[in-house]
Design a protein around this ligand. Structure first.
Ligand SMILES: Nc1ncnc2c1ncn2[C@@H]1O[C@H](COP(=O)(O)OP(=O)(O)OP(=O)(O)O)[C@@H](O)[C@H]1O
Ligand SMILES: [Mg+2]
Length: 188
């Protein structure tokens, strides 16, 4: 079983949104996915409730029980566990400034890691500038960017992923591309 964890020091950057959408993309790609929420806010629980049992299974557990939750997912035959984490710094004002800490965590954990740019503006140089700054942290930067799109907000409130909500939309296309990219790296 592979594990994929979304982390960011700063709150509200889209960890839960990407975790939810990547786990749905995994299911639609034929994988059995488990969504493990260790954020005390349990923000994915409501989304899971709206799905009325449609996979991925959503488990909300305290971080101290993560190992047990992963073992349970493995026992149920999950191919992938997507872990949604809590933000960890009140003082992280800028996403990019907080990246150094995240890079340190990844390096200490000695796991494959990459930066995903989320909520990128469709025009202007900002996304490219952010990618350049992120590369400076020493982390790999995924070429698959996720734009700012209302489909992410609308789908979430309905208990859906963007691929289910609007299969032909831009958001769905971006999530599929990001999942394919992540899958290739996991399987490498
Ligand atoms: N690509 C996107 N386009 C538009 N809205 C987005 C996008 N990604 C996230 N959002 C919105 O931004 C808000 C914060 O996203 P989300 O809850 O996923 O962040 P988070 O990092 O999990 O937050 P927290 O740190 O509180 O757990 C939500 O309202 C979500 O719908
Ligand atoms: Mg969250």
């Amino acid at each position: 079983m592979y594990t994929l964890t979304l982390i960011a020091q700063k709150g509200g950057t889209g960890k839960t949104t990407l975790a939810i959408n990547l786990s749905v993309a995994a299911e639609l790609d034929g994988w059995c996915a488990a969504f493990v929420d260790i954020d005390p806010q349990a923000s994915a629980a409501g989304w899971g409730d709206h799905r009325h049992g449609v996979t991925p299974a959503v488990a909300t557990v305290p971080a101290s029980r993560l190992a047990d939750a992963l073992e349970a997912a493995r026992g149920h035959g999950a191919d992938l566990a997507v872990i949604d984490s809590a933000p960890h710094s009140e003082s992280a004002v800028l996403d990019l400034r907080a990246l150094g800490t995240t890079a340190d965590i990844c390096s200490l954990a000695a796991v494959a890691s990459a930066v995903v740019l989320n909520q990128t503006p469709s025009r202007g140089p900002l996304a490219d500038q952010a990618a350049e700054a992120a590369a400076g942290s020493g982390l790999e930067v995924s070429p698959c960017r996720i734009g700012y799109r209302v489909a992410f907000q609308h789908s979430l409130t309905n208990g859906l992923g963007v691929i289910e909500h609007e299969p032909d939309g831009k958001a769905a296309e971006e999530i599929r591309a990001l999942f394919r990219w992540a899958r290739a790296r996991l399987e490498a």
